[in-house]
Design a protein around this ligand. Structure first.
Ligand code: DAH
Length: 335
């Protein structure tokens, strides 16, 4: 019995001395666990003759204590060993970075380009009055032209409480159907020369499909001064389109109709082998200038309104406008 115990001790202590601290748990189970050889031998000591029992018992307990001590020392080396394993040359983890929404990227790009041409940025509210969104833009109530803008109307009680218009009548509130009301707001507050753009969110009450969203983004432009003509309009549009979509893109003005411009045009672009309709524009209608307290016999100007969603779709070959507001990260992470 004594020999067995001594041999166990020799084997155990040499193994523990050369062991990796990471194996502490394994060794502790092997030498001190319930099913360990030592435990097994200690169990047999009870059956030994009396004179051997005392000696073997003492030796067994000594070995058990010693092993526990050596194993504790091994355990203490554990944390230190981990520190030594730290490798400062391993590259760090990359925290996931956020990014700007593709529509924000296009907007920022357009703003930068227009700023370069001397335009500044104006702003207006998303909840507008019927006056600014329609009437003062030469789109009177019951006029068939209104059918072009399917409208989200707000409850009249809200309008009557907060929005008495100039003539004392209550004007109704709506979600602006285009950014054009910013023209009215700006003209009322500023004298020419005026040179602004107004990017922002717009709303239409219409069924959604791949090319229609009830929430979308426009960028309005307005330039007013003495002697402004269609030639100025064409030059600005041309510059911007070529900058944003590529210098090979051709543009043309096609006669069209908007109540707030006369004459009015659609800008078409020759893009990847097709003529595509890009945006509306025209010379600001004299009535609209008057509504903005600007004398149409002294000043003239042009205006335009482009769809930020549409330009972004063309730029990146996106075929469904609904992706923009879908919150789909697979889509958004492509930009
Ligand atoms: N507001 C028009 C729309 O949303 C777009 C537009 C056309 C704006 C012609 C203009 C313009 O300023 O001159 O359909």
């Amino acid at each position: 019995m004594e020999d067995k115990l001594k041999q166990l001790w020799l084997q155990a202590q040499s193994e523990i001395a050369s062991a990796n601290p990471a194996n502490y748990e394994i060794l502790r189970t092997k030498y001190l666990g319930r099913k360990s050889e030592l435990n097994h031998l200690l169990g047999q000591i009870a059956d030994l003759p009396i004179e051997q029992k005392a000696v073997a018992g003492q030796l067994g307990n000594q070995i058990k204590q010693q092993l526990a001590e050596r194993l504790n020392q091994l355990a203490e080396r554990q944390p230190k060993a981990e520190v030594e394993l730290f490798d400062p040359t391993i590259p760090g983890l990359h925290p996931p970075l956020g990014r700007l929404h593709p529509l924000t990227q296009t907007t920022n790009e357009l703003v930068k380009l227009f700023r370069g041409l001397g335009f500044s940025v104006a702003d207006g509210p998303e909840v507008e009055t019927e006056e600014n969104n329609f009437n003062l833009l030469n789109i009177p109530d019951n006029h068939p032209a209104r059918d072009a803008w399917d409208t989200f109307w707000l409850k009249e009680s809200v309008g009557s409480k907060f929005n008495p218009s100039a003539d004392g009548q209550n004007s109704k509130f709506l979600l602006r159907t285009h950014t054009s009301p910013v023209q009215i707001r700006y003209m009322k507050e500023h004298r020419p020369p005026i040179r602004i753009i107004a990017p922002g969110r717009t709303f239409r009450y219409e069924a959604e499909d791949a090319t229609h969203s009830s929430v979308f983004y426009q960028l309005e432009g307005l330039l007013i001064d003495r002697g402004i003509t269609v030639a100025h309009l064409k030059a600005v549009i041309d510059t911007i389109v070529k900058d944003i979509l590529g210098s090979e893109v051709k543009t043309r003005l096609r006669p069209s109709f908007f109540p707030f411009t006369e004459p009015s045009f659609e800008v078409d672009i020759w893009f990847k082998g097709h003529w595509l309709e890009l945006m509306g524009c025209g010379m600001v209608h004299p009535t609209v200038l008057k509504n903005g307290d600007i004398d149409p016999t002294e000043f003239s100007g042009f205006a335009f309104g482009l769809g930020i969603d549409r330009i972004t779709m063309l730029k990146h070959g996106i075929d469904d406008i609904r992706l923009f507001l879908s919150g789909n990260l697979d889509f958004l992470e492509e930009f």
